[in-house]
Design a protein around this ligand. Sequence first.
Ligand code: KIV
Ligand code: ZN
Length: 389
Amino acid sequence: MSTDNVQIFDTTLRDGEQVPGCKLNKTQKLVIAERLDLLGVDIIEAGFPVSSPGDFESVMEISKLVKNASICALSRSVENDIKVAAEALQYAKRPRIHTGIGTSDSHIKYKFNTTRDKIIERGVAAVKCAKSFVEDVEFYAEDAGRTENEFLARVCEQMIKAGATVLNIPDTTGYCLPEEYGAKIKYLKENVKGIHNVTISCHCHNDLGLATANSMAGVSNGARQIECTINGIGERAGNTALEEIVMIMRQHPSLNLTTGIDASLLFSTSQMVSDTMGMMVQPNKAIVGTNAFAHSSGIHQDGVIKNRETYEIIDPAEVGVTESAIILTARSGRAALAYRAKKLGYELTKLELDKVYPEFLKFADSKKEVQNDDIHEIMKISNISTTVV
Ligand code: KIV
Ligand code: ZN
């Protein structure tokens, strides 16, 4: 069976960067954009040019710098936003304008105080305006997650007629359940005229911790672009994490879905974005957290030492992590102690191990984690010297 490519639309520099604490200067944005290009993302959403002169300049410089990825600029359904986005993208090899408007009843009533028909009119005008500047136009139906499917289908059909090449179906508030979001994409595939000529995109927020699951439900039902960020950063609880969806598709070949991402750069890219933004990655973060390949319970350590696959579904080298970590704590058993001791040059006999293990437990009970220095100390107390060079 042939595999389908899912386009990776990275919005670290737009949805990610707009978050408090994640602000970047132009030089930092350029460094990250270059790294995203190297990582193999298909589209880089570089910013929202009308929002500030700094954002405008960054989008323009990123457009000049990036060699492979399409460069996308955000706008509202406002003529001046679109003109400014087009100007910022003038040097991009593959420019894309991302324009759109809220489509849920809540947005129509409280944000725009207007009607459904007027929303469609504004969206159509925006897509036509963007199309007068660039060929590649993406339309976002903001709060599509809470938009009634029948109306959303009407919106999508009109945007395709106006010239949209990509339809973004954002779960802006992170409200949807995976089945619900998947069914929404399926409904659009089955009920929108012309839908087969455009790409459907998933843009899911993580307010209920479902962003990744919802994006996967989207592609399982026919979407072929996922909007995501490194480390899942983004508005409120964040966006779909790039590293998660990439590894889900790699770990499950039966999905028949691939991406162009070089997975071996995932860990270093995560660290680089975290360091540049000063936004720490939670240790238990899937794929890129410092504990993602660390084993601390004695039962797990024993298994991993015998064969890594007993407790690891991903080879850490695949995502650029040097090796699995065996953390020594009071929960560790003899196997973990012998393993670490061997790495430090002590090849312990069974008798020696029995002798040092109670000593090890004394250390372990007095601290969170036993370090290499402690092991040397334990060996000294137990009169054991290095045997391996
Ligand atoms: O979450 C959202 O709806 C967005 C749009 C601007 C695409 O970020
Ligand atoms: Zn968003």
